[in-house]
Write a protein that binds this ligand. Structure first.
Ligand code: PEP
Ligand code: MN
Length: 334
């Protein structure tokens, strides 16, 4: 259920409604907007009797939600969500660029990329300390040591740190060292992890699962929101298809499709979405053109020597050139 307050509803009227929701054993999710506050209600198994709310002071309407989503939708929040990552924003109309190596390998490697990322004007640095690898014998990240290097990157270069959590224990550590939690494609339906992220104070970057429908992906975001964390950025990173010319098929139509349903920002990962470095810049350009709030790419000073995902990593020079092109496209469409 969704309760829409009158445009002029007062703070005591809003808290009054919240109190009634909670007295029924449900959870209230107030979303203040430009013109009015809406309150999402979760925790009810069946339909709630709307008459509990319709006559409360300040209430304009109580609406039964028939769609599978309650909180991620434009019905609840017609304005776009702006996600604040330690003072840097995604979703406010600017172009966010999240760049860095697939994995943090050592300090020199991370610093070399961070310097280029900072120089380009990008605000976000990515790098895995805990890597979900297909093979148990592949490099799985430096763990806590990697997080410490990421924290040094933040201090030295002023970049916001985005890094992947694999489970509760790694999320505890990431909360100590990073600015944004990435939930990877392989964990998009790890529901206990999603709930844990929903209880975090950090914003969440939620990648689309490699075989996930739009509805499954948005419901994964709903899991996080239902626990009270409304700061989520969705990331399209390609899905698995029969195509063999790319690692994944980057589904750029997901960007306008998300926009039509949700207030959450959506970005495009052109690295995992292609798997081939020569395709990264063209698809990143397309991501900006299709209206994404940001682009994620992988960058390495020596992609040939990268311990993971070298084939889809841009060199420092290629990255610099790409950012110039993305900015030009963004300026035209903004
Ligand atoms: C990554 O960002 O390095 C990563 C593992 O991405 P995904 O979960 O999209 O495969
Ligand atoms: Mn990677």
């Amino acid at each position: 259920m969704l309760i829409v307050m009158n445009a002029g509803a007062t703070e005591p009227e809003i808290t009054g409604v919240i109190r009634v929701i909670e007295s029924l054993g449900f959870r209230a999710h107030p979303m203040p907007g430009a013109t009015r506050t809406a309150i999402g209600v979760t925790g009810n198994q069946g339909a709630v009797d709307l008459s509990h709310f319709e006559n409360l002071p300040g209430v304009a309407e109580a609406i039964r939600v028939t769609k599978p989503y309650k909180l991620i939708t434009l019905d609840l929040r017609p304005e776009r969500t702006v996600v604040d990552i330690s003072g840097a924003t995604i979703g406010d109309g600017s172009l966010a660029i999240i760049a860095g190596p697939c994995a943090v390998e050592n300090r020199d490697q991370a610093f070399a990329v961070a310097e280029a990322v900072q120089k380009s004007g990008a605000k976000f640095f990515r790098g895995g300390a805990f890597k979900p690898r297909t093979s148990p014998y592949a490099f799985a990240g430096l763990g806590k040591q990697g997080l410490k290097i990421l924290a040094e990157v933040r201090d030295k270069f002023g970049l916001k740190i985005v890094t992947e959590a694999l489970d509760d224990a790694t999320m505890d550590l990431i909360e100590e060292y990073a600015d944004m939690i990435q939930i990877g494609a392989r964990n998009m339906q790890n529901f206990t992890l999603l709930k844990r992220a929903g209880r975090s104070r950090l914003p969440v970057l939620l990648k689309r699962g490699m075989a996930a429908t739009l509805e499954e992906w948005l419901l994964a975001a709903e899991y996080v929101m239902a626990e009270g964390n409304y700061q989520i950025v969705l990331c399209e990173r390609g899905v698995r298809t029969f195509a063999q010319h790319t690692r994944n098929t980057l589904d750029l139509a997901a960007v306008p499709a998300v926009r039509r349903i949700s207030h959450l920002p959506v970005i495009v990962d052109a690295a995992h979405g292609t798997g081939r470095s020569y395709m990264v810049t063209p698809l990143a350009r397309a991501g900006v053109a299709v209206g994404a709030d940001g682009i994620m790419v992988e960058v390495h000073a020596r992609p040939d020597e990268a311990l993971s995902d070298g084939a889809q990593s841009l060199t420092l020079e290629e990255f610099e050139q790409m950012v110039r092109e993305l900015k030009a496209i963004h300026e035209v469409i903004a």
